[in-house]
Design a protein around this ligand. Structure first.
Ligand code: CDP
Ligand code: MG
Length: 135
């Protein structure tokens, strides 16, 4: 069964939007395989965002993702579920994200764009292994 990692980021948890975001995933027909509210530590953040090392936004991104609790999910329900989640999320910059998407409806800031979703099947399995090694 295809599965993907979703992170409801600290900005969304702080703003009380975690339930809204989970509801959107569930209403689409996806279901939760695992869920954990946790403050991501710097080492885990560095592994998760390894491909972004050296980018001008990297240090601020790690500060942001570690600043408070995130709701980390494994989601399933359809082949290529990662694509469905990315579609529900909208584009990285919330100012460009379509209305009706999570980022398009709730975001204004590229860094604080509410949600992460794996961008390929390989990324999904790598990220699930990082956050949920028992799975
Ligand atoms: O999350 P997504 O795959 O859409 O975007 P990304 O390009 O893989 O970037 C990962 C995360 O870095 C974004 O979701 C933003 O939180 C952050 N970012 C940023 O702070 N500034 C940028 N110019 C680009 C990304
Ligand atoms: Mg990405």
């Amino acid at each position: 069964m295809d599965r993907t990692l979703v992170i409801i980021k600290p900005d969304a948890v702080e703003r009380g939007l975690s339930g809204e975001i989970v509801a959107r995933l569930e209403r689409k027909g996806l279901h939760l395989v695992a869920a954990q509210l946790r403050t991501i530590d710097a080492d885990t953040a560095a592994q998760h965002y390894a491909e972004h090392v050296g980018r001008p936004y990297y240090a601020a991104l790690v500060d942001f993702i570690t600043r408070g609790p995130s709701l980390v999910l494994v989601v399933a329900g359809v082949p290529e579920v990662w694509r469905v989640v990315r579609s529900l999320m909208g584009t990285t910059n919330p100012l460009e994200a379509a209305p009706g998407t999570i980022r398009g409806d709730f975001g204004l800031i590229t860094r604080e764009n509410l949600v992460h979703g794996s961008d390929s099947p390989e990324a999904a399995e790598r990220e699930i292994a990082l956050f949920f090694p028992a799975l």
